[in-house]
Write a protein that binds this ligand. Structure first.
Ligand SMILES: O=C(O)[C@@H](CO)OP(=O)(O)O
Ligand SMILES: [Mn+2]
Ligand SMILES: [Mn+2]
Length: 572
């Protein structure tokens, strides 16, 4: 597209009217799978979501007897793997890539894939970011901090191992790894195996004369990886262990640390307390000092922004850093393009531009977006292509409802669903906005705890919230689009190739805390939807990236030509 010809003006849709109020509801972690006892969505009482699927399908079958080709308003879309820019079809979906696709309407190669390319081609070592940290290799230590897992949502172990090898071949003589155990994108307890794999590679480096070892650790939900400023204490615990070398638990080896800390009642990988590794004299082996280099390994932004601020900002008042070493810091990616944070990074992030939110604002669609803290950035930052802030504050209002902090969400599985729905309802009834967009976090956040009973309660709460929003849409003669960003609560057990629960060595089922590979539903409806609108039959492989064009159509516009095609057509 020649820059001189570019225009934000969208063409009018030939048939669909403008000015309808549209509710865009994203149920976080709500996939579609067959009904069984581990499908919390099917077990839960969810009359509204059921009605969007069943009544309409029933209607369709009734109508289809009378009018062939009657509209169909519920379908599934792909939410994992290549459909959302991930490296392989074995990659489960996640919020970042899901909301990016929903908002941007195109499929971008995402962080996981970009890092894979950069490592495979070796280009990562030619970039400005690597050359910047490399200057510390002679006199300082290289610290690598990140999620130790092969989940592929925030980071990948194989990428860490390649980077360790690549950095040591390029002069890093002293390396310290600060691990964050997962158990959220992978099975709980898998931390032990990941530490063994890492230790194995570190011992090979030591054989080659590199002083390389694990220096500290802790569970991802308790140490370092908070997001959207929900709880700075989490980041502080990481700072204390990684930078200051101070933690309540001290061990001689990371393997011992992880095994011992997991023995405590209720302990799990996600919430392991912080620990440091000490030498024989009891001294921490890897605090961060002046002249060192630090790389945060995660490619995904949301849970690294806060730590990046602590490492990068001179002025910082979120917690007392005590000692602020003069380091060379780089992120695996740049985590926030607006804040240019961090200023140095090893791999350039996907350049997501011209998102549907920006187009719609330029075309007069006033927008309201809301969620609670733990998902607030999903419907704003991720939705807008990893961009913070408003496109036009006069046209947009973003409302964040404070999340509970310091608890696991199985304790309060209803979370703030009701409050989010009420805010959305008020925004709809105010008639001040043409798009009211929310994320309802329950099925995902509670699903990640692995607590099946609580997840059932969570799904019901999300369904009740949908009802409040759809009732408001009914009152204003609007349109709704209800979808999800990826699966989670619809399958809470690890399965074997046949699809049956996979048993561990002791014959127990293994609870799945992670997202899934399942497709997600998308339902359209409401009194403002023209009766002739129906899903096209020629987009059978449609994915989340097809939703943006669909929504633009429902606002009365054609989507830009490079957007993934719309899911709907209008029959007379
Ligand atoms: O909690 C998170 O960070 C991820 C899982 O790692 O979940 P989501 O993608 O739904 O935000
Ligand atoms: Mn999500
Ligand atoms: Mn999740």
């Amino acid at each position: 597209m020649g820059s001189t010809e570019f225009s934000w003006k969208l063409a009018d849709h030939p048939k669909l009217p403008k000015g309808k109020i549209l509710a865009m509801v994203v149920l976080d972690g709500w996939g579609e799978a067959h009904a069984n006892q581990y499908n919390c969505i099917s077990v839960a009482d969810t009359p509204i979501m059921d009605s969007l699927k069943n009544v309409l399908i029933l209607l369709f079958s009734v109508f289809s007897l009378m009018f062939a080709g009657a509209p169909e308003k519920w379908r599934l879309v792909r939410a994992h793997g290549k459909a959302v820019g991930l490296p392989t079809e074995d990659d489960m979906g996640n919020s970042e890539v899901g909301h990016n696709a929903l908002g941007a309407g195109r499929i971008y190669a995402q962080g996981a894939k970009l890092v894979d390319f950069a490592l495979a081609s070796g280009k990562i070592y030619d970039g400005e970011g690597f050359n910047y940290i490399k200057e510390s290799f002679e006199g300082g230590t290289l610290h690598l901090i990140g999620l130790l897992s092969d989940g592929g949502v925030h980071s990948r172990l194989d990428q860490l191992l390649l980077l360790l090898k690549g950095a040591s071949e390029r002069g890093a003589k002293r390396i310290r790894v600060h691990i964050l155990t997962d158990g959220r994108d992978v099975l709980d307890g898998s931390s032990v195996g990941f530490v063994e794999t890492l230790e194995n590679d570190l011992s090979k480096l030591r054989e080659n004369g590199v002083d390389a070892q694990i220096a500290s650790g802790g569970g991802r939900m308790y140490v370092t990886m908070d997001r959207y400023e929900n709880d700075w204490e989490v980041v502080k615990r990481g700072w204390d262990a990684q930078v200051l070398g101070e933690a309540p638990h001290k061990f001689k080896s990371a393997l011992e640390a992880v095994k011992k800390l997991r023995e405590a009642p209720q302990a799990n990988d996600q919430y392991l307390p912080p620990f440091v590794i000490v030498d024989d004299s009891g001294k921490a082996v890897g605090p961060i000092f002046d002249g060192d280099a630090v790389v945060t390994l995660n490619f995904r932004a949301d849970r690294m922004v806060m730590a990046a601020k602590a490492f990068e900002y001179e002025d910082f008042d979120k917690f007392n850093r005590v000692r602020v070493p003069k380091i060379r810091y780089a992120g695996m990616l740049q985590y926030d393009g607006e804040l240019k944070l961090p200023s140095q990074y090893l791999v350039s992030p996907p350049e997501i531009e011209r998102t549907s939110g920006e187009y719609l604002v330029h075309n007069g669609v006033r927008t309201f977006a809301c969620s609670e803290t733990v998902k607030f950035g999903h419907v704003t930052f991720f939705w807008n292509g990893n961009r913070s802030g408003y496109f036009n504050p006069e046209m947009e209002e973003y409302v964040e409802i404070p999340s509970d902090s310091g608890i696991t969400f199985n304790v309060k599985p209803k979370m703030k669903a009701l409050e989010i729905a009420e805010k959305a309802r008020d925004a709809i009834l105010s008639r001040k906005f043409e798009q009211v967009r929310v994320n309802l976090p329950n099925s995902d956040m509670v699903g990640h705890t692995g607590d099946i009973e609580a997840t059932v309660v969570a799904c019901k709460a999300a369904d009740e919230a949908v009802k409040i929003i759809l009732d408001a849409i009914e009152q204003v003669g609007g349109i709704y689009v209800v979808t999800a960003d990826h699966g989670n609560a619809e399958d809470m057990v690890k399965r074997n190739k046949k699809g049956d629960p996979a048993l561990d060595k002791s014959g127990n089922i293994q609870i799945l805390t992670s997202h899934t590979l399942e497709p997600v539903p998308i339902a359209i409806g409401g009194p403002g939807l023209l009766p002739g609108v129906r899903y096209r039959k020629d987009v059978p492989d449609g994915g989340l990236a097809n939703v943006a064009a669909t929504v633009m159509n429902l606002h009365g516009f054609e989507a830009p030509s490079d957007y993934e095609t719309t899911l709907i057509e209008v029959v007379d």
